[in-house]
Each structure stands twice: as structure tokens, then as C-alpha cells.
Write a protein that binds this ligand. Structure first.
Ligand code: FES
Length: 369
């Protein structure tokens, strides 16, 4: 482990917890017997770091030691051991860039170059005080590598371009919602499911009862009645009276359940108006960055088939569709409306050019190479 020194100068002479933090401190102290209150050292250091602008000054550590009646050296030992505690000032948005093997293999070194270009050396703070960065070990989100943590949140599936955009926005005071930056839900495959896609796996049509070979004949009072119904002789007794639904009944009941379960009524915002496109009028919505084949199908099923419709969405429409697709903050972040305006006006975006050139795998039609 690298030697970690306090920044004595930057820490000043004093530190005080914010008044609103005191109830949280009491909460943590209340977890331990009075003579074991030093057990709360890590949570209290964490709260001190938050109240001190993201790093621990020496007076902050002394404050924690005094509260817990610990020798100062014991608190210094804990704080300098765990790298989640920072010993020098950081920017308002502190970036922890994962450089461990999975992230490194997926391009973390290119992300490092972006940080060096936009921010400077590790742990340097930009002149406006907004950004700083450091490299850390695995943050446990390898499946969405490469990724960074900014303050308390994860930003995943990054490219140098997306990271540069995020840093630019944060520097300009614009919030950037966390999460994945490709067309996938959490850690599901990009562009939607790639396996287990057969509808019959889920529509109930495979849930017929099967007669097991070599099963001893059921000798119950109900057996003659079963035979009278023309059912097979050999079958598990528990399924004797079960009637198979007809295929169209399955479909009808699925439709009803889908509507009931969709929870559309609970979604915030306003559902965008549906339009029935005339022949050949539907646009290829996959030319919008962030919309893959699966999302396009979902939008089409809502009656959204053209760029012009998306270009007209209000913020309430965006909120509703984000809720419907479980895309918290993504539509705004990816600026679907802006992209749709450009495309509806007959112009191209960088992304639509890449789609047209066949460079975007998730935007190609199934079967297309
Ligand atoms: S290697 Fe980067 S999150 Fe695990």
C-alpha cells in the first residue's frame, strides 16, 4: 500500500460536524455499548469526510477521536489504512476510476487518459474546484466495465467519449444521472435479451401436464371417473383433474394480465400520444443513440413509430416513457428528443451515420451482419 500522508496545511486548525449530521452520529453511537463506542470509528470518519468536502483533515480526525475517547494515533491508523478515506482535498465531484483487470481489459486506460486530459494528475483538483480523480481497485461492477464512481454513484459501460461528456457536464454544473451508458437494463445484454427469447417459454403454452412413463397406475376412487373423461391411464395423480387451457385462451388471458400488470396507471408523467403510421411512414428509431431493437419494439407497441413524435415529447412525456421502459433518467441523458429533432429535420447525427454505415451492432436488424 502506498504511504498516505495528511495534508496538514489544507486542513486548517479546526473542524466541526454539521448540525444536521449530529442525529446520524447519535444513531451510530447508539449501536454500541458506551464502553465500546470506538467501534463507531469508521462510520464517524465517513460522516466527517462528507462534512469536510470529501476528505479527512487532521482536525476532523481529532474531532472523531475526541468523541470516541480514542488516542489520536488509533484514528490516524484507521483513516490512513482504508483508501476510501482521502487525506487531501478533492473536487466537488471526485472520480474514482477502476483500473483493475476487467475494467482495464475493457478500456480503463483510455478513461485514465481522459481524466488526465480534463483534470490533470491523480488527486489534482481543477482550478474551479469541481473535479478531481484517482485510480482505485475493483468497485464490484465488473460486469458493466469500464466504470467510474463519482461521489456516491456508479457510471458504467463508459467510453472515452461518454466519460468526457460526463466530466464536461459536471464542470458546467449540469447533473448527470448515474447508471449504464449503453442500451441495456442494468447488467442485461446490450440491445436486449440474446437467449431464452422463445415466447413459449413464458406464455404458459408449455405448462401441460405430462404422464411419466412407468408410473404405477393410480388406484384411487377417482380413477374410473378419469378414465371416463378419456384421459390417459398413466399420469401423476395430482394432475388428474387439471384441464389444459386452449391456445387462444392462453393468449387472451395473457393479454388481460399484461394490461392489468403493466402498472401504466402508476407511472408518473404523461403517456405520449400514439399514432398509427401510414404505410412506409415509420422511421428506424434505432438511429437514435440509446434505442435498440427491443426498445424500438416497445415504443412501436405504444404507437410511437416516428422521429417527429419523439421530437414533440414534453418533459412529462419523457418521464412517462422512462418509467415505462424502466430507464430512470436515461432518455434525458441521452437526449432522445434532441436527436429525434435533428433526424426528423432530415439531418444526421454522428450516431445515425454510424448506424447507416452498419457500425452499430445493436442497431442492426436481426440476421443482418
Ligand atoms: S474490475 Fe472494475 S469494477 Fe471490477
Amino acid at each position: 500500500m502506498a504511504l498516505r500522508r495528511f495534508d496538514i496545511e489544507a486542513g486548517g486548525d479546526s473542524f466541526a460536524f454539521k448540525a444536521e449530521t449530529e442525529p446520524t452520529i447519535d444513531f451510530w453511537l447508539g449501536k454500541y455499548p458506551a464502553d465500546k463506542k470506538r467501534s463507531a470509528v469508521i462510520p464517524l470518519l465517513w460522516l466527517a469526510q462528507k462534512d469536510n468536502g470529501g476528505w479527512l483533515s487532521e482536525p476532523a480526525m481529532r474531532n472523531v477521536a475526541d468523541r470516541l475517547e480514542m488516542p489520536y494515533i488509533r484514528v490516524y491508523e484507521v483513516a490512513t489504512f482504508y483508501t476510501m478515506f482521502r487525506m487531501q482535498p478533492v473536487g466537488k465531484h471526485h472520480i474514482q476510476l477502476c483500473g483493475t483487470t476487467p475494467c482495464m481489459l475493457r478500456g480503463a486506460n483510455d478513461l485514465k487518459s481522459v481524466c488526465e486530459k480534463k483534470i490533470g494528475k491523480k488527486m489534482a483538483v481543477t482550478d474551479d474546484g469541481r473535479l478531481s480523480w484517482e485510480e482505485v481497485e475493483c468497485l464490484g461492477a465488473c460486469v458493466n466495465a469500464p466504470m467510474v464512481q463519482i461521489n456516491d454513484y456508479y457510471y458504467e459501460d463508459l467510453t472515452p467519449g461518454t466519460l468526457e461528456e460526463i466530466l464536461g457536464k459536471l464542470q458546467n454544473g449540469v447533473d448527470v444521472p448515474p447508471g449504464t451508458f449503453v442500451d441495456r437494463l442494468n447488467s442485461a445484454p446490450e440491445g436486449g435479451a440474446t437467449s431464452l427469447k422463445e415466447e413459449t417459454l413464458y406464455d404458459g403454452s408449455r405448462s401441460s401436464s405430462k404422464a411419466l412413463p412407468n408410473l404405477p397406475e393410480a388406484k384411487t376412487d377417482e380413477a374410473p371417473a378419469a378414465e371416463a373423461k378419456g384421459e390417459p391411464d398413466r399420469k401423476p395423480p395430482t394432475n388428474v383433474d387439471r384441464e389444459e387451457p386452449k391456445k387462444d385462451e392462453v393468449a387472451a388471458s395473457k393479454e388481460t394480465t399484461d394490461t392489468q400488470d403493466s402498472g401504466e396507471a402508476k407511472l408518473e408523467g404523461v403517456r405520449p400520444a400514439a399514432v398509427e403510421p401510414s404505410e412506409g411512414e415509420a422511421d428506424d428509431l434505432k438511429r437514435i443513440s440509446g434505442i435498440g431493437p427491443k426498445n424500438e419494439d416497445q415504443l412501436n407497441s405504444l404507437g410511437i413509430t416516428t422521429f417527429a413524435q419523439i421530437a414533440d415529447w414534453t418533459s412529462d412525456n419523457v418521464k412517462w416513457v422512462e418509467g415505462y421502459l424502466s430507464f430512470r433518467g436515461r432518455i434525458g441523458r441521452e437526449d432522445w428528443v434532441g436527436q429525434a429533432k435533428t433526424l426528423a429535420g432530415g439531418e444526421e447525427t454522428d450516431f445515425s451515420k454510424r448506424v447507416d454505415a452498419g457500425d452499430v451492432a445493436s442497431s442492426r436488424e436481426e440476421g443482418e451482419d
